[in-house]
Design a protein around this ligand. Structure first.
Ligand code: PGA
Length: 245
């Protein structure tokens, strides 16, 4: 049985008093049936690891073990302090930090090489959706940066489908749009890695997912949870989303 997962991507938000408060509130909610992961800004990762039982992920890292890369943090350092997950391929990193498909592939490989699990984000911009090319666009993203992996490696990945037009806009994909894409993603994983792997791989939806629409989205057979941005900053909203399976 694949896992139900809710992951909170805090992005570049909160100061330390707010982060501590949010972590302690989230830590109070225990539900063994749902994997809860927080992706705080890197300066709050240690706080999350030390003072909560939550699974902790990093929003970013540089894919070299160590060296003269001023300002960067490596996957090796993250793994060493107890981080379990990393985000790779988020549209904001693709867009604002010019992370190319080749660089994302390097990041995926680097993270898996030290035993981190990868939440790989994909998703199309509005013009691609409007010209009905979203399936081939997303398939290409997966081919470019994920589908080179071996079967054993891909088992340590989660895919997050995040249509760019839905991120932070309040405009959520419809249940039909989400299910259609998620079912397609699972069929491509099946083509590449077989039925067993495709049935075990969790595929999350992201893009204005909130306490109101989570239940409907999570009821889709191929939606295994959410990658939550804005709503993950409010503990009541995040917990309510985690209870939406
Ligand atoms: P949002 O962000 O929930 O604020 O739309 C989702 C994401 O970017 O991961």
């Amino acid at each position: 049985m694949r896992k139900n997962i809710v992951a909170g991507n805090w992005k570049m938000n909160l100061v330390s008093s707010e982060a501590k408060m949010l972590l302690s509130e989230l830590d109070k909610f225990q539900d063994d049936g749902v994997v809860k992961i927080v992706f705080p800004p890197s300066i709050f990762i240690q706080e999350a690891l030390t003072n909560t039982n939550l699974k902790v992920g990093a929003q970013n890292f540089y894919p070299k073990e160590k060296g003269a890369f001023t300002g960067e943090v490596s996957m090796t350092q993250l793994k060493d302090i107890g981080v379990s997950y990393v985000l790779v391929g988020h549209s904001e990193r693709r867009m604002y930090f010019s992370e190319s498909e080749a660089f994302l592939k390097e990041k995926v490989n680097a993270a898996l090489s030290v035993g981190l699990k990868v939440v790989f984000c994909c998703g199309e911009p509005l013009d691609i959706r409007e010209s009905n090319q979203e399936l081939s666009y997303v398939k290409q993203q997966l081919k470019d940066s994920l589908f080179h992996l071996s079967e054993d490696e891909v088992k340590n990945c989660i895919i997050a489908y995040e249509p760019i037009w839905a991120i932070g806009t309040g405009k959520t994909a419809s249940v039909e749009q989400a299910e259609d894409m998620h079912a397609s993603i699972r069929s491509w994983v099946k083509e590449q890695y077989g039925t067993l792997v495709s049935e075990e791989l969790s595929i999350l939806y992201g893009g204005s997912c909130n306490a109101k629409n989570a239940k409907e989205l999570f009821s889709c057979p191929n939606v295994d949870g959410g990658l939550i941005g804005g709503a993950s900053l409010d503990h009541e909203a995040f917990v309510s989303i985690a209870k939406s399976f």
